[in-house]
Design a protein around this ligand. Structure first.
Ligand SMILES: O=C(O)CCC(=O)C(=O)O
Ligand SMILES: [Fe+2]
Length: 499
């Protein structure tokens, strides 16, 4: 018999059982001062009560209540001095309950909380449960990574190690079936991921892919968009192509949804940050960025290019700062992003607060530039009648050689993805001193809502050049970079959906 999420019931059951009944090392006695010790003892008692209630709820299969109580316990323990093993265990228990509730995104959020503390052997269980959740989401490559590290962490624990190794075998076998294009395995994954995304969003992607699979030109477009490998094009077998490409498209969107969930839980900066109203962050210099002509262009053509938006010295300094961030490995890529696996990026908080302090020291000019870019939002509201909200971070990105970004929209809200990130306006600033066509990485844009007929318009990523466009309307791509190509991107959100 197969479990609802497509895993054999027996394998899943065994893995969960291992997770649930695992024994943990008793917490070490806190060595801190007396006051801290009594605070810790109080927290311990409170957490104990929550844990007891959670376990009772779990026994009567009231997983909703159990998950809540395990979370309460984890939060109490997290806020008190004491060993991190107990915190991690409570989060793992919470995640197990959320898996029982068929809520894998929420389960992963719990695991990520648990994995935040200093790494220790107790992490294996959070790693294990998160791998199960990732498997349920169909994100098999990250599941495999997690299982690998869970197996290493469980060296001392035979049962735990066995569960991790069994998981590894299962995930690898599944990946192999999918890579071989086995129809049944592909259909199961597609159905499962479709259910996670909801009918509207899954329907949009599956029908887009299905339509394009029917012709050779359509299949070439799927290759261009990153959903089909060149070698898998086969105009004579449209259904096979549709299955493969649907899997890639849905996995891409599930990964995006996971990022939104993690971001909303405060575990990942960017994507779903807290927003502020444009008028709260007006910037006196922002009027230089958007003159009458620019605003008129944006209004009519939905895209405007502004050269020399910032002084050359400031842009050169931003480039230096981004280069330094990259050298200290602070920019990271996302191999699950099928459209753009090589880009190295980080969202930098540019407003006040502790998070921004670190970056104000590391890259002061970049933060100032971002603040001025964010000041654009108030002008766009006043002049274009938009209703906006501004996230408190912007993305710093480097496209190293070979990186490119396949054709995409920055928000698919108008395409039938009601939960997509509420991006309304995309603001880019290029920071490539001495750019030449040898560096590559041009931005290619099409007319509003045009999904790539003809060759579009190429925009060179010249130092100090700012490009502003409507995120839901302008399909665009970044052509292959041959050097290190730097840019800042601020996405301004639609207020109704953001706040
Ligand atoms: O850097 C660029 O030119 C565009 C990047 C982009 O399209 C994106 O990050 O969504
Ligand atoms: Fe984009």
């Amino acid at each position: 018999m197969s479990h609802a999420n497509g895993l054999p019931a027996s394998a899943l059951g065994r893995a969960w059982a291992t997770c649930r009944h695992a024994r943990w090392p008793a917490p070490r006695a806190p060595k801190a001062a007396k006051r801290a010790a009594s605070r810790a003892a109080r927290a311990q008692r409170k957490a104990e009560a929550c844990l007891q209630e959670a376990r009772q709820a779990q026994q009567r299969s009231d997983f909703q209540h159990a998950a809540q109580k395990f979370e309460d316990a984890a939060l109490v323990l997290q806020g008190a001095p004491g060993p991190s093993a107990a915190v991690c265990a409570a989060w793992a228990d919470c995640a197990v309950c959320r898996l029982e509730l068929q809520a894998p995104f929420e389960a992963l959020v719990a695991c990520e909380h648990g994995l935040r503390g200093p790494a220790g052997p107790e992490h294996w269980r959070c790693g294990m449960v998160s791998a199960l959740a990732l498997e349920t989401l169909g994100l098999l490559s990250i599941a495999e990574e997690r299982l690998g590290s869970a197996a290493r962490l469980a060296r001392e624990d035979r049962e735990g190690m066995q569960a991790a190794l069994e998981g590894l075998r299962r995930v690898r076998a599944r990946s192999a079936q999918l890579a071989a294009g086995e129809p049944q395995a592909l259909m199961e994954e597609i159905q499962r991921m479709g259910a996670l995304l909801g009918d509207e969003e899954a329907g949009y992607w599956i029908s887009c892919v299905g339509e394009r699979s029917r012709s050779a030109e359509g299949q070439a477009e799927l290759v261009q968009k990153g959903f089909l490998e060149e070698a898998h094009q086969c105009p004579a077998k449209p259904a096979e192509v549709a299955r493969r490409a649907s899997l890639v498209a849905l996995r891409y969107r599930v990964n995006k949804k996971l990022q939104r969930c993690l971001s909303a839980a405060g575990l990942l900066l960017g994507v779903a940050d807290q927003c502020v109203l444009p008028k709260a962050i007006r910037h006196p210099g922002a009027t230089d960025l958007a003159g009458e002509e620019t605003l008129a262009e944006l209004k009519s053509r939905r895209l405007a290019v502004v050269d020399g938006a910032f002084p050359a010295e400031a842009v050169a300094q931003v480039q230096k700062e981004l280069h330094a961030l990259r050298s200290s490995k602070l920019l990271q890529n996302d191999t699950n992003d099928v459209c753009n696996p090589l880009q190295e990026a980080k969202y930098l908080p540019f407003a006040g607060g502790a998070a921004a302090m670190e970056f104000r020291e590391k890259c002061p000019i970049t933060v100032q530039v971002m603040q001025k870019l964010a000041g654009l939002a108030a002008i766009l509201e006043d002049e274009l009648g938009l209703s906006l909200a501004v996230p408190q971070s912007a993305m710093a990105a480097c496209y190293p050689p070979k990186a490119s970004y396949k054709m995409h929209l920055d928000s698919y809200f108008l395409q039938g993805c009601p939960d997509d990130i509420p991006r309304k306006v995309t603001v880019l600033l290029y920071c490539n001193h001495g750019w030449s066509s040898a560096v590559g990485g041009e931005l290619r844009v099409w007319e509003p809502f045009d999904q790539g007929r003809g060759c579009g318009r190429k925009i060179e990523p010249l130092a100090g050049r700012m490009v502003v466009f409507m995120s839901e309307e302008i399909w665009h791509e970044v052509l292959e970079s041959h050097g290190d190509r730097y840019a800042l991107t601020l996405w301004i959100h639609d207020r109704q959906r953001a706040m």
